[in-house]
Design a protein around this ligand. Structure first.
Ligand code: MLT
Length: 255
């Protein structure tokens, strides 16, 4: 299994992803929010690349039964029901809903990778679950870091490194490109306290300034979720088998 890391979305164009197995990471906060929404029973997330398209889609499709979510400069967009804080996507708000999501970097990176044959969303919250599924697929992998305004971001790269190290625990036959090796090395040196690392990143500092300290805490929780978000037919859903195993887990807890 070969693994490559794309540090920013400008490295590859849309067609680069054709037929590939891709993982998109935007730890702060789009991928963490998507994991939270699906964990809490959202029917699907529709990632979009512009605010205008978000408004258009929410009006005309999905029978109007949608919630608009997203941010500009970390803050909720005027007229939208939700911002981009994973803490806003609680069960009572999102269960059964289709959510149209626009974020500055994360949803654009997902839309860009739409021609992938398998496209998954990863955050610190669901690394082990994503790793397990990727090992099961046994394909070569592209990890697309959403970055910030087409620049490198520490938190996405460290999350990519941690994902690689989780895969390595199960499959030791990995072939890593230089960028994958660099991500792994960075995750080993900076990734011990995820909260501290996130709080010291450029985006983490901005979130702190804007009052989102609790989001950083939430996004730093390693493996708090078993959700594997999967993009197909322009929407992100739970992997079918993932949905079933989560239901079984709930039944086991109830019994
Ligand atoms: C993004 O897509 O740039 C982020 O999710 C921004 C944010 O923290 O809301």
């Amino acid at each position: 299994m070969k693994i490559n890391v794309l540090f920013t979305p400008v490295i590859a164009d849309d067609l680069y992803f054709t037929g590939k197995t891709t993982v998109v990471i935007d730890v702060l906060r789009a991928s963490s929010t998507i994991v939270a929404a699906l964990q809490n029973g959202a029917k699907e997330i529709v990632p979009v690349g512009t605010v205008e398209f978000a408004v258009k889609v929410s009006g005309g499709m999905f029978g109007g039964q949608t919630l608009l979510g997203g941010e500009r400069n970390t803050k909720k967009i005027e007229g939208f029901a939700l911002g981009n804080s994973p803490l806003e996507y609680g069960q009572e708000i999102v269960a059964g809903k289709s959510i149209i999501l626009y974020t500055t970097n994360g949803t654009k990176a997902i839309v860009k990778a739409k021609f992938s044959s398998g496209l998954f969303i990863c955050a610190f919250n669901n690394i082990a679950a994503v790793a397990k599924h990727l090992v099961f697929l046994d394909n070569d992998i592209e990890i697309q870091c959403a970055g910030r305004s087409n620049n490198f971001s520490m938190e996405d790269t460290i999350c990519a490194g941690k994902l690689i190290s989780e895969i390595e625990k199960i499959n030791t036959e990995l072939s890593l490109t230089d960028s994958a090796k660099a991500s792994l090395a960075l995750s080993k040196s900076f990734g011990r306290s995820i909260f501290k690392m996130l709080a010291e990143t450029e985006h983490g500092k901005l979130l702190f300034e804007n009052g989102f300290e609790d989001d950083i805490k939430y996004c730093s929780k390693l493996n708090s979720s078993e959700v594997v978000p999967y993009f197909a037919g322009n929407v992100i859903k739970l992997l079918p088998e993932n949905g079933l195993s989560l239901m079984n887990e709930k039944e086991n807890i109830a019994n």
